[in-house]
Design a protein around this ligand. Structure first.
Ligand SMILES: [Zn+2]
Length: 132
């Protein structure tokens, strides 16, 4: 079981991008890493929250048969977004028709409803991306 502070942290991560930065080489990681793979023991890792929220679509897929809780949203687009700060994340693209998605399309982070009904009743909102 997660402790209450653990749950809150989990929730915060649904709304915000929280990664880590290596102050030695300047690389930014998402999700967080405890060790910089480039600098290893010389790396100094700090928490990084200053993501601009902007990125570009690298690749994407259109999901037609959605899992339970997402059925009302199908078809929807899942994309690999390369953030301006460097890391890539997998996220849903909203308010754009699947046929309008293009490689390199600029997107930014928005907070949206994730599920119709969250079975845990805890997390039903989180971040997604939309066209700039
Ligand atoms: Zn480093």
């Amino acid at each position: 079981m997660l402790s209450v502070p653990g749950l809150w942290r989990l929730r915060e991560q649904r709304y915000r991008l929280i990664g880590s930065k290596c102050e030695t080489c300047g690389n930014i990681y998402l999700p967080k890493r405890a060790i910089c793979p480039k600098c290893r023991r010389k790396g100094k890792i700090v928490e990084f929250r200053d993501f601009s929220g902007y990125g570009k679509v690298e690749t994407w897929t259109v999901v037609h048969s959605a899992p339970e809780g997402f059925v009302d949203q199908a078809p929807y687009v899942l994309a690999i977004v390369r953030l301006r700060e460097g890391p890539k994340i997998l996220a849903q693209i909203v308010d754009v028709k699947p046929e309008e998605i293009q490689q390199g399309m600029e997107v930014y982070k928005v907070v949206r409803r994730i599920q119709e009904d969250s079975p845990e009743g805890i997390i039903s909102y989180g971040f997604k991306f939309t066209k700039v």
